[in-house]
Design a protein around this ligand. Sequence first.
Ligand SMILES: Cc1ncc(COP(=O)(O)O)c(C=O)c1O
Length: 437
Amino acid sequence: MPVTRRGFLSAPAALTATLLPTGLLAALNAQIPAPPDLSNWEAVRAQFALDPAYLHFASFFIASHPAPVAAAIDGYRRLIDRNPFLVVEQGLFETAEQNLPLQVQTEIADYLGARAQEVCLTGNTTTGLALVYQGLPLQPGDEVLCTTHDHYSHHESIRLATERAGASMRKIPLFDDAATATTDALIAAMLKGIGPKTRVLGLTWVHSSSGIRLPIREMAAALRARSGPPVLLVVDGVHGLGSTDETVATMGCDYFCAGTHKWMFAPRGTGLVWASADNWARLRPSIPSFSDEDQYVAWERQSAPASPNNANRMSPGGFHAYEHQWATAAAFRMHRQMGRARVAARIRSLNEQCKAGLAAIPKLRLHTPMSSDLSAGLVSFEVDGIRPPELVKRLLARNVIASTSPYAISYARLAPSLVNSPEEVERAVRAVREISM
Ligand SMILES: Cc1ncc(COP(=O)(O)O)c(C=O)c1O
């Protein structure tokens, strides 16, 4: 439930009511610009102010704000700068119709196939993972299982939470070589890894090390079908959201954490966690929320909230960069306009082209599966005799922006995305080929 009680954490009700000019909500809503033409990929690319001197193959790292998102941020910023109190007060604490975080949650829910009240707004993937793992009712002796392939933010969220609870964490490999992994082998490795104390399993949808995309839907189904105590599934979904045609809320995970400032092109410093109402009720919040009325009223009455925990109560409170949080809706609208299936098909075709081109280079070893069913927008590779940072440096010297994966074993990465064309992919592959000769 969003906060709709007048004056929550701010001005007394009567003062707020008399101060509010009519038309402020209309002014706020007017900041969402009319949709641009996104009917072809050149038009989509034109929404980004990316430096044309470079080929941008590391866009998944952090988004360049496309024009509709930049316009929404600017609009909200102008309004907040003119009237910080009135705009933030009304945008957060007035009626449900005026509540801007709720509008963002509604837009996100539509994309995820979820309900607005199941969506928790966070600042990034890392915060979402930490909130979930810290919130789980782990007991001494419980085990959180994850994989050797997960990101630093995921591993550390588990380590910090299990240490505090007196629980343990264990990491298992799901494959030796991502490039040759199969759905059956991934499922078998996952099931084999689950032990008698395992209560929670952490998986990563699209790995930023090897580029493999785990078949989460199939793995979640196998997890549910096994006998034994139930295991909650937490997914770091950041590189699948916005690159893959999936309905996240039906994929089978219990907690889905993602930043929206990568593939979704939402403002930098935005993210989400999705869970069902039952799964939110299992968690304990660790940061006071500014968006759950029951929590605030209970505090006024000097008691604990009587209602079950929920997504809003998990959303970190304190004031935020609201022009960024609110403009998240513009990014999700842009994705809806482009079409989830159409976006995924474009990313798939650019990545297939990239992988085919790289695979034909003699001294190059691909770490990402060739199958588009087990990959998404990241292509990881090594070239014999050239260390990944050196390779990335040499690509940059040819104005190709690539990246290295931030893991103990690091690879070079190209990430063809909506800001690239087939011709750019061809040029990037050619640059790798020339460097490798
Ligand atoms: C798999 C994975 N998880 C989490 C993160 C951290 O994301 P954020 O910056 O949204 O916290 C990254 C960073 O790129 C990542 O690759």
